[in-house]
Design a binder for this molecule. Structure first.
Ligand SMILES: Nc1nc2c(ncn2[C@@H]2O[C@H](COP(=O)(O)OP(=O)(O)O)[C@@H](O)[C@H]2O)c(=O)[nH]1
Ligand SMILES: [Mg+2]
Ligand SMILES: [Zn+2]
Length: 308
């Protein structure tokens, strides 16, 4: 029996069985548990799995995880060398951001975009809470201008007023999409706006810092219809790059990649090399200065222990 993992809580997994069109639960076979030592989760939401034949009165066992088409992975925390697979077998990715309450930095978004490029997952940026912008136009404009020349769709939306929700719905149709971003930016509220019957828990912001409270505790695949699936995730504080060589990072910035063949040195890292077309591109306005700053920061913080 084959199924798709829709939720994982500890060693208990919820599985969608496409042939039977129903859900079931399963546990992981011991031998697979050991294989997950490098990652905090051996089985991720989105995984296609083979289940044991049912034995009356016992849960299914996940016996095999099929090779993943792609996945989004990040380092768990700075101190912890373990990595976490956010979800697998994705057709698309939303980075949900908000300009305020809470503020999302462009650096955070760029890290996710770079990782999405590395794993060939089409990404778009969903800037939520645009009902709050009228009094913060400068901040909103500054944030949006960062992404203007990039080949990623940007949706300015409000889950509260419904603005832009129909466009998001079109983008999602017949895809499996991962929704990620800081806690409190409105991921679950957006998904509720797309499909009110899901009725996901959403949270207020803690008063002190206007930071999100964690109301979504596990990644979960939700069905808008059988072919349109959306994966809600708990908020991510930091997004660490995983397993990237310094020389690769620029290749995952489409704006940098486009100019790199014009650099004097083929192994140019675009930091201070002579004849660097990327640095010239920043000076001439082809590359947004903050994109370049974020690139340098990623290069600077790229940690060797996360490399293969
Ligand atoms: N003003 C405004 N508030 C929103 C919007 N979307 C969500 N919120 C609020 O932001 C808070 C966090 O929402 P939630 O969906 O739980 O965020 P999540 O942690 O990203 O899932 C809740 O109080 C929502 O009511 C929006 O478009 N505008
Ligand atoms: Mg949530
Ligand atoms: Zn260069």
């Amino acid at each position: 029996m084959d199924g798709i993992v829709t939720r994982s809580t500890g060693n208990h997994y919820s599985i969608w069985l496409p042939h039977a069109q129903c859900m079931t639960t399963a546990q992981l076979a011991g031998k697979l548990r050991l294989q997950g030592l490098k990652h905090t989760n051996p089985v991720a939401v989105g995984d296609l799995v083979r289940l044991s034949e049912p034995i009356p009165g016992q849960p299914h066992t996940i016996e095999e995880i099929q090779a993943r088409k792609n996945y989004l992975i990040r380092t768990s925390t700075r101190l912890d060398k373990q990595t976490h697979i956010l979800a697998s077998n994705l057709d698309g990715l939303w980075v949900v951001a908000s300009v305020l309450h809470p503020r999302t930095s462009t650096g955070f978004v760029d890290r996710i975009l770079v990782t999405a490029e590395a794993y060939s997952i089409p990404a778009c940026i969903v800037v939520n809470k645009c009902d709050l912008w009228p009094e913060h136009l400068d901040e909103a404009e500054r944030f949006l201008s960062h992404f203007r020349k990039l080949p990623y769709p940007v949706f300015s939306v409000s889950a509260e007023t419904g603005l832009g929700i129909e466009d998001l719905k079109k983008w999602l149709e017949s895809k499996t999409t991962l929704v990620c971003g800081h806690s409190g930016v409105g991921k679950s509220t957006l998904i509720n706006a797309l499909s009110p019957s899901l009725d996901l828990r959403t949270g207020g912001l803690s008063d002190k810092h206007k930071k999100g409270k964690h109301t979504t505790t596990f990644a979960e695949m939700l069905f808008l219809n059988t072919e349109t699936r959306i994966i809600d995730t708990p908020g991510i504080k930091e997004f660490g790059l995983y397993d990237m060589e310094d020389g690769q990072i620029g290749d995952f910035f489409p704006d940098i990649f486009q100019l790199k063949n014009e650099c004097k040195y083929s192994n140019c890292l675009h930091t201070n090399e002579p004849g660097c077309a990327v640095i010239e591109g920043v000076e001439s306005g082809k590359i947004h200065p903050d994109r370049f700053k974020n690139y340098l920061q990623m290069l600077d913080s790229n940690q060797p222990e996360y490399r293969r």
